[in-house]
Design a protein around this ligand. Sequence first.
Ligand code: HEC
Ligand code: HEC
Length: 443
Amino acid sequence: MHLLAASTQRNLGMAIAVVAIVGFAIYLIYNVLWAGRGEKGSEVDLAPNRKPYLSDEELETSKLDLALVSGLVTLVIIGVALPLYWLGEPGRQQGYLEFSRDQFTSRGAGQYEERCASCHGGGGLGGTTATSVTDDAGNFIAAIEWEVPALTTVLYRFSEEEVRHILDYGRPPTPMQAWGAPGGGPLTTQQVDELIQYIQSIQLDPHEVEQEVLNGLVVQVRGDVLAANSDLADRLDAANAAVSAAGADDAAAETAARNLAAVEQEIRETSEQHIRDLASPDRGELLFNNEEYGCARCHTPRDSWRFTGPEATPGAGPVVLAKGSPEEAAEVARLGNLIPINIPGGGAFGPNLTNGATLRQFDSAEGHAGFVTIGSQEGIGYGNFGQGDGGGQMPAFGVCVGDRDSSERSAIHGFCTLEDGSVRPGMLTAEQIADIVAYERGL
Ligand code: HEC
Ligand code: HEC
């Protein structure tokens, strides 16, 4: 509607301009090309001041009325049309803002597809990228796949300026390179703006974020849950066998699939209950290691790595060794001291949290939880000696900060307020953060 207002305005302006230009052209043609060449010697007839003028009767009646009425009409136009025009102005500005946001989003989507999707996945849903580990001198050590985070929750955790910082400077030494001009990357400030606008458009809603966090925990306990419930494990095996056995028989396949889904649902519910029953620090450990987006990604060495083994069959592509599998353990042992040892919380992009580091940094669990809730901010100290010099790269987990530092003109402005006026929650609940803190303080 605002857009319509803006374009109606433009059409009207165009019409007036066209009338004025055409009128002026006619005037020129008439005067210069035609009337200007009037017959010579006819000045007596042509000169206005030599013609008898209208009589007083005529001047004081229709002529005067005409002048007065046209004056009145002009006044009415000025008096009414101008305020009317200004009444529509906020709508036009809003319309332009929305128009340019839509334009930025679609341009950002194009940029994203071209430059980011290969790693972060279509729609920002996450992915992997093949890379290698090298020593300080740049010598090859091992081939790995680096798990690339989804971008569908970044604005819960990072403010607009912090996302800009990540895009500008990347995250060395991870495969996330510097993209913006300040970090030596190829993108202009406007292109970075467009990407941020696009990222805003793909953020999940709070309920989806909650489910995603939970999904990451459920995956981690699945093995334990099946081991502890042999009946459930047996039924899962049977359901899977039935799906394979059904083959081309449509009716049987449908029944088998429905049965499998029911067993999976039961495993899910049992897992959720299992997670609720865990002691706080144990649940905290799951949250810390959450692959959907936890703390280990930045605080545990090589947490995002999956070793890629040699090609099983030449040409079949590398084999990705699952994290924690015997093959991975063998690969890690083979690489010996060439790669960082996977000590939970041992420090990677984020600092080392072990050996009581967080106890020294935060006198109380509350202070510790407070920091995890709001994250770090560039130039703002925290705890007993935290510097806050990482460009604000410790995410806020307990409150939505996407629009913390955005101005009213920014597209991110208002992101953390939902349409019904309520405030978007953070990625984790206060209880979940308390669980993580209980785990971290024991590291
Ligand atoms: C070569 C692969 C690769 C490409 C291409 C890439 N990224 Fe990344 N990006 C990563 C990895 C890996 C990380 C996580 C680094 C880590 O482990 O801390 C990351 C992290 C990020 C983060 C921080 C996410 C978070 O919540 O911590 C943002 C934002 C981001 N990338 C945006 C982009 C955008 C936008 C583009 C395109 C201009 C892009 N990336 C291109 C690999 C890539
Ligand atoms: C994107 C990377 C990243 C992720 C993910 C991350 N952190 Fe951090 N964390 C950092 C950085 C960087 C710092 C240092 C902050 C600074 O100096 O500004 C930090 C600092 C900390 C500190 C303070 C340590 C100290 O001794 O100063 C704690 C505690 C902490 N993080 C806990 C967590 C928890 C809990 C999670 C998960 C819920 C988490 N972090 C996830 C990057 C990360």
